[in-house]
Ligand binder design. Structure first.
Ligand code: 5GP
Ligand code: ZN
Length: 112
């Protein structure tokens, strides 16, 4: 997608601190971290949000969860929070599906 910020991170035209990647996913550090560890995990395929996920694309959600688990281990996180903001009023500002992986401080519930 020509106008998508995260597609530009994937193709390298916008620099990012890449944590890890594979053939399906890229993980990189959030530019405006909300916790000591704040990493975004995104599919290389452009999908706007969880709402747009087709049944045949659903396995990517499991891939994202497994990558989050591995990164949390690498970052030394025993506890961590994973968040999908889905839609603008839920806080989504970049319309390329992404999971926030946050850790390194306590989190409260309910979220703001
Ligand atoms: P959302 O608000 O859509 O759930 O999350 C988008 C996230 O992308 C935000 O946490 C924001 O700080 C992050 N972000 C926006 N622009 C950039 C960028 O150019 N580089 C990186 N690394 N993160 C970005
Ligand atoms: Zn995109």
């Amino acid at each position: 997608m020509a106008d998508c910020l995260f597609c530009k991170v994937i193709d390298g035209s916008i620099p990012a601190k890449i944590v890890t990647q594979n053939d399906k996913l890229v993980a990189f550090r959030d530019i405006n971290p909300q916790a000591p560890t704040h990493i975004l995990i995104i599919p290389k395929e452009h999908i706007e949000s969880v709402k747009d996920l087709k049944p045949e694309q659903a396995p990517i959600m499991a891939d994202i969860a497994l990558m989050a688990k591995e990164i949390a281990k690498q970052e030394g996180l025993e506890d961590f929070r994973c968040v999908f903001n889905i839609g603008a009023s839920a806080g989504q500002s970049v319309f390329h599906l992404h999971m926030h992986l946050l850790g390194g401080r306590p989190f409260s519930w309910p979220p703001g």
